[in-house]
Design a protein around this ligand. Sequence first.
Ligand code: 5GP
Ligand code: MG
Ligand code: MG
Length: 182
Amino acid sequence: MVAVGNDIQEKLISEAEIQEKVKELGKRISGDYGDAENLIVVGILKGAIIFLSDLVREITIPINLDFMAVSSYGTNIHSSGAVRILKDLEVDIEDKHVLIVEDIVDTGLTLKYLLENLKSRSPKSVKTCTLLDKPERRTVGVKVDYNGFNIPDRFVVGYGLDYAERYRNLPYIGVLKPKAYE
Ligand code: 5GP
Ligand code: MG
Ligand code: MG
């Protein structure tokens, strides 16, 4: 049997560390929004879905869930810089609190685009939450309100993050062996 973890060279963040962090983020978010009504949690497909599904179960206030899909990367590991909406929200966010949930912030281009796009729809507020952040790689300024982990400038997979659509089902965050790119 070929296990999905066979291609992993190094585990960067364990399942247990992720779960602990997700609990902490869920608690903070629940406390910060408190009685604010109409929180819409916007998951960015596909990378954020595993994080999102764990995170929302740690959020103890009522929320609505919606999704957007954007393209910035294609199947390789370098960003083109261009962001395109592949799937838009179904709900109207006017006058609502919005929390964008991302898997990773790298150059910041995707999140900056999403922030500007959603802000133009007159929400009450827009905040951002990401599981991973690579601060060294930032090329545009963007505010991350809730961040799970800062990581070094390495291409990671697992817990929703893919390489060529693979490895999303790995329960931890890891770095691929060079042979996996061949
Ligand atoms: P940004 O627009 O911030 O440069 O990139 C954001 C997107 O690039 C993420 O949502 C993710 O899809 C992809 N990305 C950036 N760094 C990594 C990485 O280390 N691993 C994977 N799998 N995707 C990444
Ligand atoms: Mg993403
Ligand atoms: Mg990807």
